[in-house]
Ligand binder design. Structure first.
Ligand code: 13P
Length: 261
């Protein structure tokens, strides 16, 4: 059984990368991976590049994830992709509830919950994304929004199943904007997330949980963010599209993780 460990660095490529581009990026990360063995790395390409990425990642410690799945396992759902298809394509992880899916594709906590359960049925580990908008933060509703996303998004997830979930705190106002949350802002919310997990799944599960930060993570802020107690890794968007910056983020994270032990 493969156990997820910190620092956990995932690269969400979003709607970027042709197959030849994906090949180059995956190959560069694989080449660097012996020097990054202390981190757990997950690459999350678009669906069209999954098969090629899986081929290049055979026998590599670098893991593969997908950006979305549908909540039914098969059927007449034109344009959708099911969990078993992703597992078959070589994925071990799947993003669920990314804020861009919530914003542009009307995903709700209820549909996200169904997707989390569908991921489990397919043997995939969900990376569940939560985070407040700028307005919610301004109104002092950050924590209530996060707690509501956790409560409604994880209905029916047992403490045992929870061990297979990775959480990603991505403040919506920090995504793709260059406005990274300060380390203190991210830590404040992530500490509250861990407290919430302790209430719902027990102290031990909460202590072992992997809670990622996402939103304008760059090589220059990786170290200071990861030094925070409750930041176990990153979900990187833009900076994961270049091998050099993704590798540098991972190196800084490894250094910070060692120092905070
Ligand atoms: P950026 O790193 O581009 O801000 O994206 C963050 C994100 O949404 C990762 O899922």
């Amino acid at each position: 059984m493969h156990h997820k460990k910190p620092p956990f660095i995932a690269g969400n490529w979003k709607m970027h990368m042709t197959i030849p581009e994906a090949r180059a990026l995956v190959s560069a990360v694989v080449k660097a991976s012996p020097g990054l063995a202390e981190a757990e790395i997950v690459l999350i390409p678009p669906f069209t590049a999954l098969a090629e990425a899986a081929r290049l990642l055979l026998d590599s410690p670098v893991q593969l994830g997908a950006q979305n799945l549908f909540y039914e396992d098969k059927g007449a759902y034109t344009g959708e992709i099911a969990g078993p298809m992703l597992a078959d394509a070589g994925c071990r992880y799947v993003l669920v509830g990314h804020s861009e899916r919530r914003q542009y594709f009307s995903e709700t906590d209820a549909s996200i919950n169904k997707k989390v359960l569908a991921a489990f049925r397919a043997g995939l580990k969900p990376i569940v994304c939560i985070g407040e908008t700028f307005e919610e933060r301004e109104d002092g509703r950050t924590i209530s929004r996060i707690e509501s996303q956790l409560r409604h998004g994880l209905v029916g997830v047992t403490a045992e199943a929870f061990a297979d979930i990775v959480l990603a705190y991505e403040p919506v106002w920090a995504i793709g904007t260059g406005k990274t949350a300060t380390a203190a802002q991210a830590e404040e919310v992530q500490a509250r997330i861990r407290d919430n997990l302790a209430e719902n799944y027990g102290k031990e599960a909460a202590a072992c949980a992997i809670i990622l930060y996402g939103g304008s993570v760059k090589p220059a802020n990786s170290y200071s963010l990861l030094r925070e107690k409750n930041i176990d890794g990153f979900l990187v968007g833009g900076a994961s599209l270049e091998a050099d910056s993704f590798i540098q983020i991972t190196k800084e994270a490894i250094k910070a993780y060692k120092e905070k032990q």
